[in-house]
Every structure is written in C-alpha cells, then in structure tokens.
Design a protein around this ligand. Structure first.
Ligand code: I22
Ligand code: ZN
Length: 197
C-alpha cells in the first residue's frame, strides 16, 4: 500500500470508529459531565491519569480545566497525576510502577473528588490500583476505556461511570478518547456558564 492509501485508510478507520462510538457513548458522556459539574460546584477537584498517549490525554484534560477550553471562565480545580517526574520516579523506584498513581490518589484524594482514569486496554495495573485507591478515599471514577473494558471495567462500582470506546486499535480508541474529553469540557463549560444551546 502506498503512503497516500495508508493515510486514507487511517482517516477512514478513525471516522468509522467515531461513528460506531456515537450512539454508545452519548449517554455515559452526558452522565459523566453531570457528575463533573456536580463535583466542581461542590468545590471538589478532578484528578486524571493514564500511560503513554493516555498520559497526554490526562494532561490535555487538566489543562483545559485549569486554564480554559473554548469559553472565558475562571480556572477549575484539576490535577494530572502524570506530570511530576520526581514523584513518579520515586514511587516507581521505592515501591513499584503499579503504585505511581494510587499513591498520589491516596495523598490528594478527598471524599467527593473525581478520578478520570484513561486506558485503551483497561488492563494497565497502575490504573487498576488508582481505581482501588479512589474507592478507599470515596472518590468517584470516570473511566475512559476501549476494547472489552478490561479489568478496569470490573474494578468499577457505585457511582463510577465507564465510557468504553468500541474498537480494537489503541490509536483509534485514543482518537475517540480525545473527542470524549473535548465533549466533557464543552458540556462542563456550558452547564457552569448557563449556556442553553
Ligand atoms: O500512544 C500510544 C499508542 O498510540 C502508546 O504510548 C500507549 O499509550 C502506551 O503503549 C500505553 O502504555 C498503553 O496503555 P493502555 O492504553 O493499554 O492503558
Ligand atoms: Zn499514540
């Protein structure tokens, strides 16, 4: 396959994955946005985490909360657990890589806060541990997953929400995760600012 055909295929697969996800994800995204608005209005914060590209997504989300998305508004309380290299390396070095997020959730998480946990496979151990730590702290989890939801889907409980992208390719799932994150930011802004349409 030549390069141009390959590019066309990537675009087409990305479009198809988004199209397939639309009907399945409208309801959980709306519910997750409602949960975020409720938490933010009660002065709670949103922590976020993920590995690799999903670490970038976690930071993408927190920057749009802390700074702004598309509308002018005060910054909102969010913290990406993926950014402090001293904390990440010391936890991984002294304990285990699996603990890099859970230890931060135990230190920072307070009852009523939220954790946005992002994984395409749903099987990353450090995210499973972060979810367990969130439950210990009465922190509700919003999970962006893919494939069959993996072990993360099984770890969720109570008011937790899973936004599971139907698909098998990590890259394509990540592309839909970013769209979900932008939907969440858009809905949060509109609800907080009272924009009707
Ligand atoms: O961005 C990509 C692939 O597109 C990679 O960096 C990918 O995020 C990494 O392999 C992650 O470790 C995958 O973790 P997960 O999505 O299965 O939790
Ligand atoms: Zn990637």
């Amino acid at each position: 396959m030549d390069m141009q055909a390959r590019i066309r295929l990537n675009f087409e697969q990305s479009i198809r994955t988004k199209q397939d996800a639309l009907d399945a994800l409208i309801e959980p995204i709306a519910r997750a946005a409602g949960t975020m608005v409720e938490a933010l209005l009660s002065n709670h914060k949103i922590m976020s985490c993920g590995n690799g590209g999903s670490a970038g997504d976690a930071q993408h989300f927190s920057s749009e909360m802390l700074n702004r998305f598309e509308m002018e508004r005060p910054g909102l309380p969010a913290v990406a657990l993926t950014t402090d290299s001293s904390t990440l390396t010391s936890i991984a070095n002294d304990y285990a890589y699996e603990e890099i997020f859970s230890k931060q959730v135990r230190a920072l998480g307070q009852s009523g806060d939220l954790l946005l946990a992002i994984s395409t496979s749903g099987n990353s151990d450090n995210l499973i541990r972060a979810i367990e730590a969130a439950h210990e702290r009465d922190v509700t989890v919003i999970a962006l997953t893919g494939r069959d939801g993996g072990r993360m889907a099984d770890a969720l409980k109570g008011r937790d929400i899973e936004i599971r992208v139907p698909g098998a390719s990590t890259a394509r799932i990540q592309e839909v995760h970013l769209l979900c994150i932008h939907c969440l930011c858009d809905l949060v802004d509109r609800r907080l600012l009272g924009v009707e349409d």
